[in-house]
Ligand binder design. Sequence first.
Ligand SMILES: Cc1cc2nc3c(=O)[nH]c(=O)nc-3n(C[C@H](O)[C@H](O)[C@H](O)COP(=O)(O)OP(=O)(O)OC[C@H]3O[C@@H](n4cnc5c(N)ncnc54)[C@H](O)[C@@H]3O)c2cc1C
Ligand SMILES: NC(=O)c1ccc[n+]([C@@H]2O[C@H](COP(=O)([O-])OP(=O)(O)OC[C@H]3O[C@@H](n4cnc5c(N)ncnc54)[C@H](O)[C@@H]3O)[C@@H](O)[C@H]2O)c1
Length: 492
Amino acid sequence: MSETVGASANGTYDVVVIGAGPVGQNVAERSRVAGLSVAVVERELVGGECSYWACVPSKALLRPVIAIADARRVDGAREAVTGPIGTDGVFGRRNRYVTDYDDAGQADFVRGIGADLVRGEGRLDGVRRVVVSGSDGERVLTARRAVALCTGSDAVLPDLPGIAEAKPWTNRTATDSSTVPARLAVVGGGGVGVEMATAWRGLGSSVTLLARHPLLPRMEPFAGEMLAEGFRKAGMDVRIGVSVAELTRPDPAGPVGIVLDDGSRLEADEILFATGRSPRTGALGLETVGLTPGSWLEVDETCAVRGAEGHSDGEWLYAVGDINHHALLTHQGKYQARIVGDAIGARAASRPLDTAPWGAHAVTADFHAVPQVFFCDPEAAAVGISAAQAEEAGFRIRTVDVDFNEAQGANLYADGYRGRARMVVDLDRETLLGVTFVGPGVSELLHSATIAVAGEVPVPRLWHAVACFPTISEVWTFLLRAYRDAAGAVSA
Ligand SMILES: Cc1cc2nc3c(=O)[nH]c(=O)nc-3n(C[C@H](O)[C@H](O)[C@H](O)COP(=O)(O)OP(=O)(O)OC[C@H]3O[C@@H](n4cnc5c(N)ncnc54)[C@H](O)[C@@H]3O)c2cc1C
Ligand SMILES: NC(=O)c1ccc[n+]([C@@H]2O[C@H](COP(=O)([O-])OP(=O)(O)OC[C@H]3O[C@@H](n4cnc5c(N)ncnc54)[C@H](O)[C@@H]3O)[C@@H](O)[C@H]2O)c1
């Protein structure tokens, strides 16, 4: 199925983008805004992992689960939640959000911005050349200005005895299945593990979560601790500090036998491996431009790939989104993509680039202000760096922790509200390095913290950013008061 829409006569474009996930589409869009001709190569569905097997379906499955949990926390509303979750409704909703795995709408978007969509598998074939293999053969695309690699990442499965026989779920099965396994084992305590454990527990599975390390190891430790507590309350069996040693599934339609490294055994109807990602760079022709196939791609502040052949004549190869391993998140990849499209446009027009920190052509936020939300019960939301990371980086910091169970806005949101927040302050500049919130409904709070961190807003000025009464945002007042009190205690 090789489809090219409005193809340039000789396959020559200013920009060739490989991968039409959220990131590739944004590089294409900004390049078009810069007046450049663009081809976008896609081998599967326009929209990528994010639209069909990651962010969108996972949140579509999670939202009903969280909505029920929220209702159960409110006297009067609780009584109205009387029956089991409607799995048909949840799966139908998920299917709606993934447009029944039909990419026509997103393909129209690509055409609508005036880019050519080339269906097939793309790979580099030397500097500024891309070969696309489709069902009707191969064609060569030449890029006058730039090639942007936006091919994303795949689930990693550990090399364990019996893993192939066990036919484990990955993020794909965990998000596109419409059958609820009676018993689901989830391996991995990162983002996919905690969110999919929450979703499938809410859908009715009996879930065992097997994590080698504390949950969400890249967040402040209290985030993982509060999630583990919430999960146990929801009836999950959470086991931390364990590894899977071996799997068996003699009958493909039967249960999976799981042996742990401590010798204990359990059985599940399905097992999900949520054990990280690998870059889709194995068959991208990287060796034809002096790079190593299968590796994450190292990039500079404009996302130009370091070490690619041909850059001495001007940067032409970019790696954007998951494959540069800065932050495996859709919003962060789209942020990079906007900057890359603008940088390609500026370079094409021989305009100077602004690559200073926080400049228009530098992905500075990737290193200082990455926001992330895990949509579990409770929600965990953080931006910037943790206290441990700040100390390791040599900052002189003050860490401020508050339980904001008493905030009126939080209590009105949920009876018996339990929430915790941490703010890490750089004492030399009196600005925030990182903020973490854990509690029901905190996800929509995170952008306030992102603005404070990315904007380097001085703490004294934050006192003038008044939180509405009664909202969960009143946590900010709790944090600022605690910071002021701690400062007083130190100077006293
Ligand atoms: C279960 C799950 C939930 C997630 N939830 C969130 C979330 O809530 N929020 C968030 O920000 N992030 C989330 N993420 C991360 C997010 O999915 C990724 O960061 C995002 O998809 C990366 O976008 P991308 O465009 O780089 O890659 P992708 O979305 O993977 O798109 C890459 C595209 O390139 C195509 N491609 C690959 N190789 C080739 C080739 N050789 N030729 C042609 N086309 C090719 C692929 O088919 C695909 O369409 C989640 C991830 C998972 C697994
Ligand atoms: N809401 C969100 O923003 C969201 C949700 C899901 C995923 N994501 C992103 O997608 C990416 C992939 O998520 P993920 O959870 O697959 O990866 P991850 O790297 O976040 O977590 C994987 C976890 O699996 C553990 N692990 C690795 N090998 C193991 C093994 N053999 N046995 C047991 N545990 C093992 C690791 O220690 C780690 O804690 C992440 O970067 C994440 O940020 C984001």
